[in-house]
Design a protein around this ligand. Structure first.
Ligand code: 5GP
Ligand code: ZN
Length: 113
């Protein structure tokens, strides 16, 4: 399978990794939308949130907890978490990922801009 995030998780493609454990990997976004823009992905390939099964509950909760902890480590008191689902939802990489965005004042409307 030709998945760039699987390759990053496997160490087969370069990325600025900020955290990894048995369940998730976090790395800086290639094209940051804000001073802090980190992607947190499950180590297991899951294309979209729509592909989640009950077996995925362990890491899906861990994804949020990791985002909270990384935000604290980055010194962010306010930040935004974004999870795009499907092409219509703005998803461009089909390996589920949570965007952690912050470090500047974010507009109140939805979206990364
Ligand atoms: P999506 O639009 O799917 O929610 O977000 C995909 C994100 O992945 C984009 O913000 C894009 O900049 C980022 N991205 C795409 N390819 C790579 C890559 O090879 N490495 C890293 N670090 N980020 C990537
Ligand atoms: Zn993948």
């Amino acid at each position: 399978m030709d998945c760039i995030f699987c390759k990053i998780v496997a160490g087969e493609a370069p990325a600025r990794i900020v955290y990894r454990d048995d369940l998730v990997t976090a790395f800086h976004d290639l094209r940051p939308a804000a001073p802090v823009h980190i992607l947190i992905v499950p180590n297991r390939h899951v294309a979209t949130l729509n592909d989640l099964t009950p077996a995925d509950e362990t890491w899906s909760g861990h994804l949020l907890e990791t985002a909270r902890r990384l935000a604290a480590e980055q010194g962010l008191t306010g930040y935004r978490l974004v999870l795009n689902v499907g092409a219509e939802g703005g998803q461009s990489v089909f390996h589920l990922h949570l965007h952690l965005v912050g470090g500047r004042r974010l507009q109140s409307h939805l979206g990364l801009a």
